[in-house]
Ligand binder design. Structure first.
Ligand code: FAD
Ligand code: NDP
Length: 522
């Protein structure tokens, strides 16, 4: 293939790109697709949250755009369609299964509100999974239609760099396509990490890439890890009635406010999730009856222990999808420790016309809305429509554990580290959601805290909310914090009664005062 050989021989230069592009256009016009090389204004590698948003925006603004997306099946063989992690094996199936679990709680509440619920209430994994999977498939289709409507060319190919302007894509049948562009966006996300040093981990374990696509119930499950993915998955598994254990080696939700994280864990524990603290797995083996025997070490006592599970879910972090990209051919540099792509504030990599957005980029929050916004803003800048950069400060997020935890801004620890304890005021409250009262639900972990600067007007540095619909509550307050809201302004905000969110506008007790922060009455 002459074009590929020429491209591979090339050195880095904008001049060469122009020459190549010109030659290609001439050849393309003469020989059409048979030439095998195609030219675009913008190539987007990765059809997930960030890549699709960037591609659609650029195409709408008049650029000739192609998206290259390819999903390697998980080690267990799970595969899915267009849309990336969030749509297929992340936010969407997770939130729907979380909803399934919340409904279980409501069924328990229902008799208190006069409903006659015929016992025993059963949950059918097959039905839930099929409904969730069908919804995901409809989203895959929706993305394909949107790309077509916006005239974005979609290639189901696995991409790797040939040089700094050219990418080679390979289909699952091994057919190669060469694509060149003036600008290339890398939005390849990440995949779950396997602890390959643990015997049996890869052979018998699964990850979040598989759990949402299981046809049969995972049964008694061990979840290893204690961050977002681990706690959320363990939360919904417990909620739909499965015997679920979390094995954590250190703290829950590293990076989050630790008081809130402990309350999240306390709630889960009091609602049936088992926790093995300070433990690390050492092997997984399959017994004759098909069950899995997990051996672990208690790091405190040094003792070994073992137990039997039907499923082992590794939720020990994610690895960026950079290895197969041949980044060195384009001169794109990564962090040698975590292999994420180094980027600047414009999302540019070490090669100025190659950009990286979303989970694959170093130092970015691994969240769908940040990937989407970064992609859209990048497209607008590349199209000369705007010079606005993505602001990664005060990004709100919610952990969809059985009791949801929403937050925006600094944790108490971060605020103290940055400003000093004497300059930080924390207002807090334990409250009881009205809905919990009639249903006689325990509200011991329903807690809010607002972290502020101490000096007037007491700028709000962070807000942390633990309770029902935390995502809905946090979203609105995130706007206030983004706009630089002060404690006084939040106190002047009239509440909506009766809601949980109104409790935020009633936070009068400071931690420093030592007074009882339990809310009573209206
Ligand atoms: P991705 O969405 O991962 O897309 C990358 C795409 O590129 C994939 O389709 C991949 O297959 C493809 N690709 C990779 N390499 C190549 C290649 N060489 N050639 C072609 N294609 C390639 N975030 C939230 O905001 N809220 C949540 O509730 C939430 N829940 C989550 C739950 C779970 C279980 C997980 C795992 C994640 C969750 N996230 C959540 C995080 C969110 O899913 C990610 O931050 C988001 O999907 C990142 O988008 P992205 O565009 O960077 O990459
Ligand atoms: P994280 O990297 O955030 O956490 C990894 C967890 O696994 C930690 O608890 C870590 O413990 C533990 N761990 C790591 N290695 C081992 C090991 N060898 N043995 C035992 N435990 C280990 O990964 P996640 O996969 O949970 O989340 C990835 C990202 O996805 C998050 O940062 C988040 O941005 C995004 N996400 C967002 C969600 C949302 O918005 N609701 C939901 C889910 C994911 P330790 O602390 O000791 O290192």
């Amino acid at each position: 293939m002459a074009a590929l050989a020429a491209a591979r021989r090339g050195t880095d230069s904008r001049f060469r790109w122009r020459t190549l592009a010109l030659a290609g256009r001439v050849r393309g016009a003469a020989r059409g697709a048979a030439a095998g090389q195609q030219y675009y204004d913008l190539l987007v590698i990765g059809g997930g949250s960030g890549g699709l948003a960037c591609a659609k925006e650029a195409a709408q603004l008049g650029k000739k755009v192609a998206v290259l997306d390819y999903v390697d099946p998980s080690p267990r063989g799970t595969r899915w369609g267009l849309g990336g992690t969030c749509v297929n094996v992340g936010c969407i199936p997770k939130k729907l299964m979380h909803q399934a679990a919340l409904l279980g709680g409501m069924i328990q509440d229902a008799p208190h509100y006069g409903w006659e619920v015929i016992q025993p209430v059963q949950h059918d994994w097959r039905k839930m999974a099929e409904a969730v999977q069908n919804h995901v498939k409809s989203l895959n289709w929706g993305h394909l239609v949107q790309l077509r409507d916006r005239k974005v060319k979609y290639f189901n190919i696995k991409a790797s760099f040939v040089n700094e302007h050219t990418v080679c894509g390979v289909t699952k049948d091994g057919k190669e396509t060469l694509l060149s562009a003036e600008h290339i966006i890398i939005a390849t996300g990440g995949r779950p990490r396997y602890p390959t040093h643990i015997k049996g981990a890869l052979e018998y374990g699964l990850t979040s890439d598989d759990i949402f696509w299981l046809k049969e119930s995972p049964g008694k499950t061990l979840v290893v890890g204690a961050s977002y993915v681990a706690l959320e998955c363990a939360g919904f598994l417990t909620g739909i009635g499965l015997d679920t254990t979390i094995m954590m080696r250190s703290i829950p939700l590293r990076g989050f406010d630790q008081q809130m994280s402990s309350l999240v864990m306390e709630y889960m524990e009091s609602h049936g999730t088992r926790f093995l603290r300070g433990c690390t797995p050492s092997s997984v083996g399959r017994l004759l009856d098909g069950q899995l025997q997990v051996t672990w070490k208690d790091e405190v006592s040094g003792k070994e222990d073992k137990s039997i599970f039907n499923t082992v879910l590794w939720a020990i972090g994610r690895v960026p999808e950079t290895k197969i990209l041949n980044l060195e051919k384009a001169g794109v540099k990564t962090n040698p420790n975590n292999h994420k792509i180094l980027v600047d504030a414009r999302e540019a990599t070490t090669v100025p016309h190659i950009y990286a957005i979303g989970d694959v980029a170093e130092g970015r929050p691994e969240l769908t809305p940040t990937a989407i916004m970064a992609g859209k803003l990048l497209a607008q800048r590349l199209c000369g429509q705007s010079s606005v950069l993505m602001d990664y400060n005060n990004v709100p997020t919610t952990v969809f554990t059985p009791l949801e935890y929403g937050c925006v801004g600094l944790s108490e620890e971060e605020a103290v580290a940055r400003h000093g304890e004497e300059h930080v005021e924390v207002y807090h409250a334990y409250y009881k959601p009205l809905e919990f009262t009639v249903a006689e639900r325990d509200a011991s972990q329903c807690y809010i805290k607002m972290v502020c600067l101490r000096e007037p007007p007491q700028l709000v540095l962070g807000l942390h909310f633990l309770g029902p619909s935390a995502g809905e509550v946090t979203q609105g307050f995130a706007l206030g914090i983004k706009c630089g809201a002060s404690y006084a302004q939040v106190m002047q905000t009239v509440g909506i009664h009766p809601t949980c969110a109104e409790e935020i506008a009633k936070l009068r007790i400071s931690k420093r005062s030592g007074l009882d922060p339990t809310m009573t009455g209206c």
